[in-house]
Design a protein around this ligand. Sequence first.
Ligand SMILES: [Mg+2]
Length: 388
Amino acid sequence: MTAITGVETVVVNASLRNWVFVKVTTDEPGLIGWGEATLEWKARAVVGAVADLAELVVGEDPERIEYLWQLMYRGQFFQGGAVTMSALSGIDQALWDIAGKKRGVPAWQLLGGRVRDTVTMYDHLGGGDSSIVYGAATQEGFAESAIHSIDEGFTALKILAVPMGAGLATGSQIRAASEVMGAVREAVGPDIQIMVDLHGRTTAAAALQYGRALAEYDPWFFEEPCQPGNPATMASIARALPFPVATGERLTEIQQFRDHLAVGACAVLQPDVCHVGGPTALKKIAAIAESWHVPLAPHNPLGPIATMVNQHMGFSTPNFLIQEVMRGDVPWRDEVVSGTLPIVRGKVTIPDKPGWGLDVDETAAARHPYEPEPVVEIGAEDGFLNDW
Ligand SMILES: [Mg+2]
C-alpha cells in the first residue's frame, strides 16, 4: 500500500491574493500530489486548517479518496465552514493528482472520462481597472479591458458594473451602472456574453432596480444579486428578473447547493472547487444540479492549480457551461506553476499528462512569500459599512 507521508502548504503572494498550494507526499519515490486551497483574507487560517486535517490523513492510503474526504469532514467535531472546506479541497485535489499520476492517466479520466473536447473560458475583467473594490471603476476602463479580451478571442466576459451601496440604489448609482454596461455592450457588440457580478452588494430590491436598468444591454446573467446563504431571497430575485441569476461561489457545503436548487434560486450554479471540498464534492454538487437541469459555471479567480483542476472538471462534467479565469494578476504565473493549458481563442483543449499535469517550482514560489491581502475600503457615506 502507498501511504501518505506528509501534507504541506506553499503560500504564494500573487498581488491581490495569496495562493495556498497543498502538497501531499507519499512513501513512493517521486509520487506527490498538488492541490489549491486559496481562500482570500484567510490564508493563514487555511494553512492552519490543512495542518489540522493532515493529522487525520498521514499514514493513510491516498487512493481511498472518498473515505479520506469523509474522514476529514466528519473526523473533527466542528464540520464545514469556508476555512475547513478550503483546506479539505486542497488536500482532496492533491489526492486526485496522486491517483492520476499513479495510473499514468490525466485526472479527467478518473473523474468520469472525456465528455467534451474543449472547455470554453470566460474572462473576469474585475472592475475594468484597479479601483473596482472601491466602487469607482470607469466606463473607459471596462470598455478597454473588454475589447482586449475579445481581441484575444474570448466570447464571454464578466464585469462588476454595480457600485457598493445601501439598501436601495440611487438614481446616480443606477445611471453609473447603466453607463458602464452600455459602454461594454457597445464595445463588444451584440454577440458577446456579458455577465454582471453584483458581488452581493445589493439587496433584493436594489438588484431588481439594477436589473430593470441593465436589461436593455442583455446581461447573460446577474451573479450574487444578494448576499449568499438565503435561498428564498435569491429565488425571489430569480423569479422577478427577465434574465438568469447565477450564484454559489460562497457556498461551501452540498446541502446549501441542494437548498438553493430546490427553490429555483438560480439558473446557473457557481461552486468553487477550492471551497466545496474539491473534485470529490464538486462531482456530487454537479449531479444534484443536473437533476434540476441547471448548468455549472464554476467560480475561479484563483491560482493556476485551481484553474487546471476546474478545466479537468469541465472536460468530465456533463452539465458544465463555461469556466471563469482571472488573468493578468501577476506576470510570473508560469514560473511558479508549469504545464498549464494555453487559452486559444477563449478555449482550452484536453490535456494528456498524468494527474493534473502540473509542476510547481518551489524555489520560484519562495520568491513570493505570504503578504497580508490589501484591506478593502467598505465604509459607507454615513459612516457605516457596505457589503463589497
Ligand atoms: Mg462573484
